[in-house]
Design a protein around this ligand. Sequence first.
Ligand code: ADP
Ligand code: ZN
Length: 434
Amino acid sequence: MIWDPKHECMDIEERRALQLRRLREQVARLWVNVPFYRQKWEAAGVTPDDLQSLDDLRRFPFTEKDDLRKTYPFGMFATPLEEVVRIHASSGTTGKPIVVGYCKSDVTDIWAETIARTICCGGGTSQDILHNAYGYGLFTGGLGVHYGGELLGCTVVPMSAGNTQRQLMMMCDLGATILASTPSYALTIADAAEEMGLGPDDIPLKAGLFGAEPWSEGSRQVVEEKLGISAHDIYGLTEIIGPGVAAECEVKGMMHVFDDHFLPEIIDPETGEVLPDGETGELVFTTLTKRAFPVIRFRTRDITSLTHEPCPCGRTHARIARITGRTDDMLIIRGVNVFPSQIEDVLTSFAEIEPQYQLVLTRKGRLDQLEVQVEVAPRFFSDTIGGLEQLEQRITEKLYSTLGISVTVRLVEPKTIERSIGKAKRIIDLREEE
Ligand code: ADP
Ligand code: ZN
């Protein structure tokens, strides 16, 4: 089911006209309401009148995460606080948190709507029991998914994250059909299910909505098999709204960006130049409709590519490819750029290991060293020492041939890497302390 066919399957030219109209209104509002933007635009020599076409947006300067930190907490709000009904904050994975606000219509007319679209992308309907294991609180995942689930008419179970065995018990007892969580928590749940002797047939789930952190096709396969579900990638970020920015339909592989609300661009992160469809770069968003906390050309630091090719599902939104990672998480190992998700891709191609890993960075002299610690699957752990050494060797070689870097691989015992309940912490950087 498509939640809002009028907007999701709109004729592309018609949507572009809508986007331009909304963009012009938004920019004109911010010119009056947010001194930060007006100053920045004046300095760049642009005014709202310069927006005659969508391409004219390129003349406007970017908004950076740092701009949002400098105006902490309310400097970027475009409505008075008395109209703000909700506050959230980014999890601060990469520094001081960023505080964002929502007015009533932001929550009901945009956020809940785009989450309802997201759930429908994953095959959900009002018949579903939605087990929501995203964390509730300042993090946008929990409450964001919650309101969209209710709008669609699902029976929402507001579990939040943690206490995994209890989660599984509730899922089975209540007959949950959709699981919403981070992909790493889905792996934790799948693991716990196995330990409790629950197979895919014992678990009522049919679909999963997984996002908030990078993951790989290999992990998708693992959770799909262990939980007996169809796993969908969903994308969002606090600064734009939270979850509900983009979602994967049944076609999979790419995510529909709900671009009647969130206008995407891909830029070259070095030069800031806009890149054509198909080229990989940094994702930039402009919110077209949000009122309390709009952003213009916000640099997400997330790396992906964009396409406007039609999707067989009928939705006509632009689509983004799986997010490789954020520029902040990119490792530079002896001159080669690597994202943890690329390492995960290689690791999950080995049946003998679990997609549970950590990347430990150290420095020897002036050279950075990377050790990949990864868990052996329990059924292979009984293998001989020689067998395990050989496996280490094979993984090292595959990492080298795929990524072009030589790293140390260390197999660790099953269940020794700490399980994630939210966003997994994959990188352990010991470089400063040496
Ligand atoms: P923080 O930036 O503090 O982690 P958020 O919770 O807003 O705060 O996280 C948003 C970020 O999470 C995105 O910018 C992106 O890096 C990552 N993310 C969200 N969804 C996905 C996804 N489906 N795939 C990869 N990364 C994702
Ligand atoms: Zn589609």
